[in-house]
Design a protein around this ligand. Structure first.
Ligand SMILES: Nc1ncnc2c1ncn2[C@@H]1O[C@H](COP(=O)(O)OP(=O)(O)O)[C@@H](O)[C@H]1O
Ligand SMILES: [Mg+2]
Length: 253
């Protein structure tokens, strides 16, 4: 897609999105290293998806600006409960089992995992959290700032996710959200060129999250989430690209 077409929308122009009742999210928010906008994305995604049902966010990162602290700050500022529940799990082990148990016991419809900044042990565990419903699919959502230093991590991350899909003999969806894009630079145009290269074919959403002060408001949970309205509608409306596990591909050929 031409890069220029992706920048036409300003954040406020996206219609407020309410997901359909029959969609159930199991979304794993990962990405490159630190500061690639995983937590900001997880919180904004949770805000939108929570409009269609109870939402559990697992905060797997003890980092300074974590989802749990975001929710606590919101509570302090407004005196209100956030529209989703955040539970911390920062241990190296047990992430998948904990997520499944809390989801089941709490009767949560949606689950979002906010990962720390690496593709380590918790990354693989998070991808092992199967959706509760038969037709559902776990989605890996990569929040990536389109800078050279982040873009080089994408192949490795997608490969690791593909290995988990192969091992589980299950399909895992994958999408990149280009986040914190500075439209004065050519970084996004370079990143898209790399993504569209035949040898890579990285899956990415057409909705770009620009660099804006509004996303820096730690602890705020806005009624309209700007570009994330478009991001969630793209994921839910089924544009997500599937990482086929290899065995099935060979079987189907
Ligand atoms: N769209 C945006 N525009 C400008 N700054 C942003 C945007 N999204 C996030 N940020 C800022 O970038 C920094 C890293 O974001 P964060 O979500 O904490 O990343 P991560 O969880 O990957 O470490 C934070 O200071 C955050 O406020
Ligand atoms: Mg974070």
């Amino acid at each position: 897609m031409p890069y220029s077409d992706m920048l036409l929308q300003t954040c406020e122009k996206y219609p407020r999105y309410v997901p359909p009742d029959n969609y159930r999210a199991t979304w794993i928010v990962g990405g490159g290293k630190g500061g690639t906008v995983k937590t900001t994305s997880a919180i904004h995604l949770a805000t939108v998806i929570a409009r269609s049902g109870s939402t559990l966010v697992i905060d797997a990162d003890a980092g300074s600006q974590s989802s749990a602290k975001w929710a606590a700050t919101y509570q302090q500022i407004t005196g209100k409960e956030p529209p989703f529940t955040v539970v911390q799990h920062t241990l190296e082990t047990g992430l998948a089992a904990t997520a499944r148990r809390i989801r089941r016991e709490g009767g949560f419809k949606h689950l979002i995992v906010d990962l720390p900044g690496n593709a380590g042990a918790q990354f693989g565990q998070a991808l092992r959290i199967a959706p509760e419903d038969a037709g559902g699919q776990t989605e890996l959502i990569l929040a990536i700032t389109p800078s050279k230093i982040e873009v080089v991590t994408i192949n490795g991350t997608l490969e690791k996710a593909g290995e988990v899909a192969e091992e589980l003999e299950r399909e895992i969806g994958a999408q990149i959200i280009w986040c914190r894009n500075d439209s004065r630079t050519i970084e996004l145009s370079d990143a898209i060129e790399a993504a569209d290269d035949e040898s890579q074919g990285w899956p990415y959403l057409r909705t770009v999250v620009p660099q804006r002060v509004r996303y820096r408001n730690f602890g705020e949970i806005p009624d309209h989430t700007g570009s994330y309205e478009g991001v969630v509608s793209e994921i839910v409306e089924g544009k997500a690209v599937v990482l086929q596990h290899k065995k099935k591909e060979i079987g189907a050929a």
